[in-house]
Design a protein around this ligand. Sequence first.
Ligand code: FES
Length: 77
Amino acid sequence: MDSSNNVGKAPVAVELEEGKAYAWCACGKSGTGFCNGSHKGSGIGPKMFNAAKSGVSYICACGKSKNSPYCDGSHKA
Ligand code: FES
């Protein structure tokens, strides 16, 4: 999802647990990769996802990834 409010400029390395549910920050305002409620008033809500595997993943913090919640390099554009 594209966002005009993207704050993060690079992915965030996070430790995920396989099968666990997480709320990815789709608006980019939290800057952490995970929803912290900063989206209020933006019209863009968090996207829930279940981690496919345990370990470190690079979560999009810019809100531009076409493969959300994971970084696809779109932050470089
Ligand atoms: S941080 Fe958003 S695409 Fe890389």
